[in-house]
Design a protein around this ligand. Structure first.
Ligand code: HEM
Length: 462
């Protein structure tokens, strides 16, 4: 077919649009280009061109795994310095991806995740106790406390390791090293390669951080081998698992890659989701009331069980709507398997990187109508949600696509529903600053910036 050029900023010779990128919040740059250029745009950087799509219709074409695959060219390629061909950062064709995927899928299945409920509840209870002790006058740094929660939960459920983050003001050295490693992985990719010599100190620290991550995981692995356990966690699954297709087991270094990967992939994404969800609830009192009423009618004053978590449809709808408006991974990187044409008229050469800009795809008016930018959890109640996905496939992609979609989704969902329920059951929440307006902070994921809330016990001290 006849093709037309993809519109986009002109940029400068040599550096392209590099100087236009808001380093603090790159997402604002991409969203700005989307507002200016529409459904699709092209951005040039030194040595590479990127194409971005912003509508459900184009996203649907790109989610065709026969034509496109996951791309590991940008920040993910840097993260490989620490976790190699672990599940998140492997290329489709790398054999370790298939082996780990087949061994781990059952470990992320419903039975296994339900088995983790008591550990998840224990960490959620620690958080509730901390907030109860703080009392209603203390501002809560929401994203920090949810990050403690999600990291502690992941470490406990995946390898029976306790960070005990609530008992220390300073984060565990592993957590600091991981945060610095991720931030640096994000900025390294924006630097031209020749600039490396100006960043000796940063490079040294980067590789030291990676060593801290790997040494910690190695120590957990060694200890488990010395003291075998029948705990049904992800580490056991990886140590005992045999790939049904090849008969292979995972090597030690592959187990370490994946242990670190779970912590990286699972903590900020889930803590960001919880933080945005509480922001939305406090901002929307009607939805808040409905959520609290649902929790009260299902849980009463009793202790939450795994069965309860399946009876909270409005909480699920809130989480889905939150991920629609604020996908914590806002961009998914793909590349064309062969030369192709999308949207009937845009030529995409083989290996061209194409990015799904979820922050815009999720606001497509053709899908979500005039209220696309508003928080309306009702549209995400089970029946409505299914209808949406059927009528507009790939209109909601916060967990990624196809075989490379999030393996941890059931884990994250159970944890998020549990935490929302326990917190709404026990506290009333309000903004610390009544005039707070939502801003984003971006590392490899996005979360609300400077968001503080207050928590008042609903039923007095127990
Ligand atoms: C993959 C989102 C929680 C582990 C992904 C991808 C997305 C995503 C978008 C695909 C990335 C891409 O295409 O490049 C989320 C969100 C979460 C969440 C929004 C929480 C709300 C978790 C948790 C874990 C986890 C809790 C671990 C326990 C992984 C892994 C992959 C992945 C291992 C790579 C899968 C593969 O390629 O085989 N996630 N995730 N995620 N996620 Fe999650």
């Amino acid at each position: 077919p006849e093709t037309v050029p993809i519109p986009g900023p002109k940029g400068l010779p040599f550096v392209g649009s590099m100087l236009d990128v808001n380093i603090e919040l790159p997402l604002s740059t991409w969203d700005g280009f989307a507002d200016e250029y529409g459904d699709i745009f092209r951005v040039n950087f030194p040595g590479r061109t990127t194409v971005w799509v912003t509508t459900q219709a184009l996203a649907h074409e790109l989610c065709d795994e026969k034509r496109f695959r996951k791309s590991i060219k940008n920040a993910l390629n840097q993260v490989r310095n620490g976790v190699h061909d672990g599940l998140f950062t492997a290329r489709d064709e790398e054999p370790n991806w298939g082996v780990a995927h087949r061994i781990l899928m059952p470990a992320f299945g419903p039975a296994s995740i339900q088995g983790m409920f008591p550990d998840m509840l224990e960490i959620a209870t620690q958080l509730a106790l901390k907030w109860a002790r703080h009392g209603p006058e203390t501002p809560i740094m929401v994203t920090d406390d949810f990050t403690r929660l999600t990291l502690d939960t992941l470490a406990l459920c995946s390898m029976n390791f306790r960070f005990n983050s609530y008992y220390h003001d300073a984060m565990h050295p592993f957590i600091t090293a991981m945060g610095d490693f991720l931030t640096e992985s994000g900025t390294r990719q924006l630097r031209p390669s020749f600039a490396g010599i100006f960043y000796r100190q940063a490079n040294k620290k980067y590789w030291e951080d990676i060593q801290v991550l790997r040494d910690t995981a190695q120590a957990v692995l060694d200890s488990r081998k010395k003291h075998p356990s029948d705990r049904k966690d992800l580490l056991t699954a990886m140590l005992d698992g045999i790939d049904p297709k090849t008969g292979q087991k995972l090597s030690d270094s592959s187990i370490i890659d994946n242990l670190i990967t779970f912590l990286i992939a699972g903590h900020e994404t889930t803590s960001g989701l919880l933080s945005f969800a509480f922001y939305q609830l406090i901002k929307h009192p009607e939805a808040y009331k409905r959520a609290q009423a649902e929790v009260d009618s299902v849980l009463g004053r009793g202790t939450i069980t795994v069965e309860h978590t399946k009876k909270l449809p409005y909480i699920s709808a809130i989480l889905r709507e939150t991920l629609r408006l604020s996908p914590t991974i806002p961009i998914i990187a793909l590349e064309a398997k062969e030369d192709t044409v999308i949207g009937g008229k845009y030529h995409i050469p083989k290996e061209q990187m194409v990015l799904l800009l979820l922050s815009k795809i999720h606001l497509d008016k053709r899908v979500y109508g005039e209220t696309a930018e508003q928080f309306v959890p009702e549209r995400m109640l089970e029946e409505n949600f299914e209808r949406l996905l059927k009528e507009f496939p790939d209109c909601w992609k916060p967990f990624g696509n196809g075989m490379r979609a999030c393996i941890g989704r059931p884990f994250a969902w159970q944890e998020a529903v549990l935490v929302m329920a326990v917190l709404l059951q026990n506290f009333d929440f309000s903004f610390d600053d009544p005039n707070y307006s939502l801003q984003y902070k971006q590392t490899l994921t996005v979360k609300p910036k400077d968001f503080y809330m207050r928590a008042t016990l609903r039923h007095g001290q127990t």
